[in-house]
Design a protein around this ligand. Structure first.
Ligand SMILES: *[C@@H]1O[C@H](CO)[C@@H](O)[C@H](O)[C@H]1NC(C)=O
Ligand SMILES: *[C@@H]1O[C@H](CO)[C@@H](O)[C@H](O)[C@H]1NC(C)=O
Ligand SMILES: *[C@@H]1O[C@H](CO)[C@@H](O)[C@H](O)[C@H]1NC(C)=O
Ligand SMILES: *[C@@H]1O[C@H](CO)[C@@H](O)[C@H](O)[C@H]1NC(C)=O
Ligand SMILES: *[C@@H]1O[C@H](CO)[C@@H](O)[C@H](O)[C@H]1NC(C)=O
Length: 315
């Protein structure tokens, strides 16, 4: 440790010659200067062991590292500068940077990131410069990803697979000055509205703003996302989209169907009622008819009888 903290050029040669035998540590094929370790372009497939614990600047760029081990990285509690560009890192987990909370500069560009877990950067409250550009398989950022990186000034999100960002994602980045957003397949639908409004009101620097354009929907494709806020607001707030029309159509159909059913039920009730009334009417008239018949029969009978009585009299 004492050797590693202040090595001169002679010591470097010594350590290359002796390897790790002497106990002074520098990763094989790396260059260790005052609190600086340079392992650039070594075809490393894994994080190198034996990095001096007092390292402040670590260059791991242009290797084939797939994974950053939190345990080893966490030993470097003085680390302020970490360059991991051009590796094959796939994921950044919640605990990956938990021990390197002094980090100011982090470059993860040109990797194969597919996933950045929501609290990965949550301890990096001193981080000023974050570069996650050129990770084409990175499709999604959680809304808490930048919740605690409140010192961030430069954020590079160029050439990823990101299609959408929310305003909430950037809510805590009060010191952000420069934001790169070009080369992403931005989907400028109504979910993007809040973010585009944020781009208008936040007055950030967008050095690549004319190249950060919408890919979808077709009617906005090619529009710079820094200018799409107002048309989007018009489209999303005053206009109905297809789903709304379908919804309205469904409601209309429901009302129509309910009306039809109600009319049918009313019709059925009316018919039943009419039927019932007609039946009771018929019963009554039948009764009346019967009575009338009786009466007329009686009258006839009595007439007949009287006629019968009188006939012989006439003859
Ligand atoms: C990068 O990640 C993708 C998706 O996980 C994978 O299909 C691809 O093989 C990876 N590329 C390399 C070079 O590891
Ligand atoms: C964010 O930072 C604050 C103070 O720096 C800390 O107390 C809090 O736990 C952090 N949040 C997360 C999710 O780590
Ligand atoms: C991020 O990394 C890319 C590629 O390594 C580089 O071209 C770009 O300048 C970096 N961005 C910033 C803001 O330094
Ligand atoms: C907008 O596009 C994104 C990504 O393509 C999608 O997840 C989201 O559901 C869409 N939002 C709307 C309102 O269509
Ligand atoms: C925009 O893209 C074009 C073509 O890809 C490139 O030549 C130009 O330098 C880019 N401009 C900025 C500001 O990134």
């Amino acid at each position: 440790m004492s050797l590693a903290s202040g090595p001169g050029p002679g010591w470097l040669l010594f350590s290359f010659g002796m390897g790790l035998v002497s106990g002074s540590k520098c990763p094989h094929n790396c260059l260790c200067q005052t609190q600086e370790v340079i392992c650039t372009g070594n075809q490393f497939t894994a994080y190198p062991p034996d990095i001096p614990l007092n390292t402040r600047r670590l260059y791991l760029d242009n290797n084939r590292i797939t994974y950053l081990p939190a345990m080893n990285l966490g030993l470097l509690s003085d680390l302020v500068y970490l360059d991991c560009k051009k590796n094959l890192i796939r994921e950044v987990m919640d605990y990956t940077f938990i021990g390197v909370f002094k980090l100011i500069y982090l470059d993860l560009s040109f990797n194969n990131l597919t996933f950045i877990s929501p609290y990965s950067f949550s301890v990096l409250s001193n981080l000023v410069h974050l570069n996650i550009s050129n990770n084409p398989h990175l499709l999604y950022l959680h809304k808490y990803t930048f919740a605690n990186t409140s010192s961030l000034r430069y954020l590079d999100l160029r050439n990823t697979g990101l299609r959408l960002l929310g305003h909430d994602d950037f809510h805590h980045l009060v010191t952000l000055r420069t934001l790169y957003l070009s080369g992403n397949p931005w989907n400028c639908n109504c979910s993007f509205l809040d973010f585009t409004i944020y781009l208008i009101v936040s007055h950030l620097d967008h050095p690549d703003d004319l190249n950060a354009t919408c890919v979808e929907p077709t009617e906005l494709s090619g529009w710079p996302i820094t200018r799409v806020g107002n048309p989007l607001r018009y489209m999303c707030i005053t206009h109905l989209d297809r789903q709304d029309y379908i919804f309205l159509l469904l409601i209309g159909f429901c009302i129509f169907a309910a009306g039809t059913v109600a009319a049918w039920l009313t019709g059925v009730c009316a018919v039943l009622y009419e039927d019932a009334r007609r039946k009771s009417d018929e019963d009554e008239t039948e009764d009346e008819m019967g009575q009338r018949l009786d009466v007329s029969q009686q009258i006839l009978q009595s007439r007949n009888e009287s006629a019968h009585d009188g006939f012989p009299q006439l003859i």
